[in-house]
Design a protein around this ligand. Structure first.
Ligand SMILES: Nc1ncnc2c1ncn2[C@@H]1O[C@H](COP(=O)(O)OP(=O)(O)OP(=O)(O)O)[C@@H](O)[C@H]1O
Ligand SMILES: [Mg+2]
Length: 423
């Protein structure tokens, strides 16, 4: 009997165990289903890859993106379309200790070219020694297209603002020219005897002044629309500063402005277009001169910073810039000067040129004390060494539409430079 009892107990506990096992496998099944829903529902392509680049598992989304006949190839071939392992992947370089993150394009068959974000995470779990990695692929085509559209819209609206400001800026001098010319014609046709040479000269001077204003505006605008004509040279900054100053010396004397030049003798060369740099410096000096009216102190200096960059500063003791104007200074057509004096294009052109140099331009101003504009350009030797000036805008690529011919580059919008052009 005892034996039978023991057998019965054993059978009961087997029964319990098998029930428990059934329950556990049901729960596991449920968990798996849940996981499948999550894995397939996140919209990303997922794959597990061994350190030999073999794909051991992938979710149906990824399978749908890849070519079926290539699914057995190593991950760099089937996903990256490469012939050899990718260099910045943690599978290739475990020492990198980072997640690989890159954006890549490939054809996903049905939909043509699409853009994917591709990330690789090392998996640190119990089977670590096997070296497994999780590859996550996200289709970011729509997001990228949206960004593109936004950039285009931004450009278009900037163009719209530019075009309407341009029309406004040019219409005023054109209307003035029209009035003077019509008046002159009327008086000549009417045989007006009071019209002497002096008066004729006055009319013609007004017409010339306004024509020059139009020319300055269009000349400066060309700086936005042209990209080519950039002469890459090794520039001696000292020479450029001296040449720029000589262009405005007359104006400085006229306004009794005291000029100080501090240029380091051993200044390294910079690479770029010397005439463009001159255009920038002349523009900055002219702004400084305008801010000082008569009397005042202008300091133009250049020194080497950190052995990597050349810093050029134009400092004035003028009226300064009110805080509310600071973030508009580089906007095209932003000016506080009276009509006929400023076009508001000077600083925006400077900004574009310095961007093209891969440099930086910053303005520091204290109302009623003065303003300092600083330009930082990469020294030629650090270019060779592969360093960079940290650009404020976060990038140093050439923006659309800067650079023009040497002659136009001098049409800065000021009397002094215009005199040089017209010689
Ligand atoms: N050194 C400075 N001191 C005070 N204000 C300045 C200085 N530099 C620029 N500004 C302000 O910034 C504005 C924009 O300067 P920007 O050079 O772009 O145009 P502008 O000098 O008005 O006209 P232009 O196109 O003829 O140069 C000026 O109108 C002025 O208000
Ligand atoms: Mg200016």
């Amino acid at each position: 009997m005892k034996r039978a009892d023991e057998l019965g107990k054993l059978a009961d506990s087997f029964n319990d165990m098998s029930k428990e096992l059934l329950e556990k496998s049901r729960l596991l099944e449920q968990e798996k289903e849940r996981l499948d829903v999550v894995v397939n529902g996140i919209g990303a392509g997922l794959a597990l890859v061994t350190k030999e680049y073999r794909i051991t598992w992938m979710n149906p989304i990824l399978k749908g993106w890849l070519r079926e006949d290539r699914l057995t190839l190593p991950c760099y071939a089937v996903i990256g379309g490469e012939n050899a392992p990718c260099l910045d992947c943690p599978i290739t370089c475990p020492d990198l200790d980072k997640i690989a993150d890159e954006v890549m394009k490939f054809k996903d068959g049905a939909n043509g070219e699409r853009i994917f974000r591709h990330r690789v995470f090392p998996l640190n779990h119990a089977i670590e020694e096997e070296g497994e990695f999780l590859v996550v692929l996200e289709d970011i085509t729509e997001q990228k297209q949206m960004e593109e559209t936004m950039i285009q819209t931004d450009k278009l609206s900037a163009l719209g603002i530019m075009a309407s400001s341009f029309a406004h800026e040019v219409n005023n001098p054109l209307a003035t020219i029209n009035v003077y010319a019509e008046d002159l014609i009327d008086r000549i046709q009417a045989g007006d005897e009071d019209l002497d040479e002096d008066e004729m000269e006055h009319y013609l001077r007004k017409i010339k002044e306004n024509t020059e204003r139009c020319k300055r505006i269009t000349g400066n605008l060309l700086n936005f629309s042209r990209k080519n004509d950039w002469t890459e040279d090794q520039i001696r900054v000292k020479e450029i500063i001296e040449n720029s100053v000589s262009l405005v010396e007359h104006q400085l004397k006229k306004q009794r402005i005291q000029l100080e030049l501090h240029v380091d003798e051993a200044l390294p060369a910079v690479n770029g277009d010397g005439l463009k740099l001159m255009q920038v410096i002349v523009n900055l000096i002219n702004n400084a001169v305008d801010a000082m009216e008569t009397e005042g102190r202008l300091v133009v200096s250049a020194s080497e910073t950190n052995g990597e960059a050349v810093s050029i500063k134009v400092k004035d003791s003028g009226h300064g810039i009110p805080a509310e104007a600071m973030d508009k200074l580089f906007d095209p057509f932003f000016t506080t000067k009276p009509i006929g004096k400023g076009t508001g294009l000077g600083l925006s052109v400077c900004y574009g040129i310095i961007q093209q140099f891969g440099g930086n331009i910053t303005i520091d101003s204290k109302p009623s004390e003065g303003t300092t504009v600083e330009i930082q350009l990469l020294a030629e030797r650090s270019l060779k060494a592969g360093h960079g000036v940290e650009n404020q805008a976060g990038k140093s690529e050439v923006p659309d539409g800067y650079g023009n011919s040497a002659l136009e580059s001098m049409e800065v919008g000021y009397d002094v430079s215009n005199k040089i052009v017209s010689r």
